[in-house]
Design a binder for this molecule. Sequence first.
Ligand code: C6P
Length: 419
Amino acid sequence: MSATLAPAETAGKSTFDVEKIRADFPILRQQVRGHQLVYLDNAATSQKPQAVIDAIVEYYEKGNANIHRGVHFLSEKATEDFEHARRTVQRFVNAAEASEIVFVRGTTEGINLVAQSYGGANVGAGDEVVITAMEHHSNIVPWQMLCDQKGAKLRVAPMNDRGELILDEYGKLLGPRTKLAAISHVSNALGTINPVKQMIALAHAKGIPVLVDGAQAVPHIAVDVQDLDADFYAFSAHKMYGPTGVGAVYGKKALLEKMPPYQGGGDMISSVTFEKTTWNKVPHKFEAGTPDMAGVIGWRAAIEYMTHVGVARIAAHELELLEYATQVVGALPGVRIVGTAKEKASVLSFVIEDVHPHDIGTILDQEGIAVRTGHHCAQPVMDRFGVPATVRASFAMYNTRAEVDALARGIRRVREVFA
Ligand code: C6P
């Protein structure tokens, strides 16, 4: 059974031309296992438009050189393109200055940077770091490692049965020993959108800085780090139509300037002697070694693509799809949706009675439908809901109602196989 893609996404109120967008993503044209590919694993990584692929190819064909190091033409051009990309990222999340954008390998490295640099300098024995019950492992383990190193304690704010943070309990955990709160903007396993602006205000009222894990937010909703008043905000390019291996951590300049470097090496220094080394200014202090220039330049193309389509329009389209999928999939016999928060983005997690999620994923794959099954690197979330794993369908701007229908047919097929 293959998905027949709708000629245009006329269903619903949106005038979003999804077919035009799909035409920009070459990978979506292919057949998988004899079926039209239905790619619903966007929370793991999204597909890349031709503009991003072209930007990377063009960089290697015409622009490749190391940055910040050469006086020759190509090096100067690569440096300018790289720094232009930093300004593009800055504008996209509305950071006050480009120097507040530190390029890293992705959200994971961004959080580790803040944990080791800010946390290393500011968290001591008996102190506390507050996270929430819906964090991805990337926003748990770096803090556990820090707490182990320092003799500090990790405190976890609970969520309710819908997968919503219990704000009162979070507020109560913020105490005189709390040195930092690290919270996800959007849960990758449940799709919950956390009230991060409110959560940041609660922490700031007690003088506590906040890191936001924005890996699943920036691809789907408009993010304004100044409006949120986030102290740190980490995100990855590959979940927002850009290349893998690149991301950024935003940090308020006053904080970044006080923090020690995370790694030592080339480009992060001002001067080096065997006796003493002094640091480069921010953000370069945190960017040791040759960065992924092609990746950063590809990311700029991805942001320009998203901006061209319009983040508000992407969000509206995805919300419409999520509501449709929740209704269609949720109505199927034996299906239980895991994560039913009022505010959600892009993620539909579910289980089917008496069928293991891996079997569901395998049968869907036979139909050309890509979903993620497992614990989604959020094992404590699975424990909270008493399931070993879920099936997760996650949406991007190029998904269609016809693909949701294909998913529903695939789930019916699972039920037939296991009847
Ligand atoms: N989640 C998923 O399938 P990296 O791998 O560094 O780009 O992002 C890590 C990360 C951090 N926080 C959240 C909320 C995330 O969802 C992810 C990545 C993928 O859900 C891969 S495990």
